[in-house]
Design a protein around this ligand. Sequence first.
Ligand SMILES: [Zn+2]
Ligand SMILES: [Zn+2]
Length: 224
Amino acid sequence: MKLSEMLIRKLEFASSTETSQTVKPSPSGLHTNWAWRPLRPNQVNHSTSESLALLQVGLRLNYPIWQLLTFLSERLLNIETIITPSITNVEEAFDSRRRQYHSTRIIVILENHPNLSRLDRKLGVTCLDLYNPGRDGHGFIFGEARSPGPSGVVSTFRLTSSQPSLFNSRVKKEVVHELGHMLGLEHCADSQCVMHQSEIASDIDTKSDDYCNRCRRNMGKFGS
Ligand SMILES: [Zn+2]
Ligand SMILES: [Zn+2]
């Protein structure tokens, strides 16, 4: 079983309505805990930790989302990331004239979804083409996030490359970038910082996949 499947199953258990934990005496008289209880999404190991849901948005995704788990754990402190089941129907965010999806409408769908309500933060990853009136000078956006806030979305649609490694690296950088906004960061003047603004895909290739020291300090408990 892949790690991603394990995490999804863990969440499905955690989403069940069972709330009581049964403790029965064993024949020997010792008390044995008979009920295995998985970690709940909002039940984290450290009191300062927050939960982050990563999930596919839309019917398909051209990126293996589980690859982000280790990557994010190496870049952020006090965030427990899990992969949750996909949200496939986001047609209410579709603009038939532009043939694109309104990013803020997708964010609202994430924020209102009952499966995600117990998680501190949620970040959708989609291969749908996103736009946002007033913010898409090039006719599209790579992603959007509440800043600071609980939710965001990243699109892989404009990140594709003939080189798979380049595509992979662009997706990771954009996910870390939008997550930085969710944690309160603004765009950074340091051209090597992942929070540096990128207008087109080739802009993403020139920056690193991590936060600069100044951005790390500004993230507080998540950065240092
Ligand atoms: Zn940005
Ligand atoms: Zn920075």
